[in-house]
Design a protein around this ligand. Structure first.
Ligand code: SF4
Ligand code: SF4
Length: 110
């Protein structure tokens, strides 16, 4: 019979001791797809900023300026909610929306 540590001796897990610590976790490493924004055709409606679950749409002076790629998980919600359609996206050269997803690591990510 084992005489090792019993369950009562193990510290309780799953506790968030310090609030607001999610910024410390670089969730961008989970990303399989990367959002790309056509800057010229963006209307700055900020729908992407409102809906991004990871606060990864960076805004300055009420304008979208970039994605926070250290925390963007590539969920694609920004692309789904973006209301602006484009005939040709400046970066992907595809029709669709101002934000489009491309595979992480593809040439367009460089
Ligand atoms: S892909 Fe998801 S996490 Fe990344 S910027 Fe868009 S909404 Fe935010
Ligand atoms: S939702 Fe689309 S058009 Fe609106 S700010 Fe974001 S990228 Fe630009």
């Amino acid at each position: 019979m084992s005489t090792g540590t019993g369950w009562r001796d193990i510290p309780i897990g799953g506790l968030i001791v310090d609030a607001g610590n999610s910024i410390n976790y670089k969730t961008g490493g989970w990303r399989a797809f990367r959002p790309l924004r056509d800057e010229e055709q963006c209307t700055q409606c900020l729908m992407c900023w409102i809906y991004c679950p990871d606060s990864s749409i960076l805004v300055e002076d009420s304008k979208v300026v970039a994605f926070d790629l250290e925390h963007c998980k590539g969920c694609g919600i920004c692309a789904a909610v973006c209301p602006k359609k484009v005939e040709v996206h400046a970066l992907t050269k595809q029709p669709g929306k101002v934000i489009q997803l491309v595979e992480e690591g593809s040439e367009l990510c460089r």
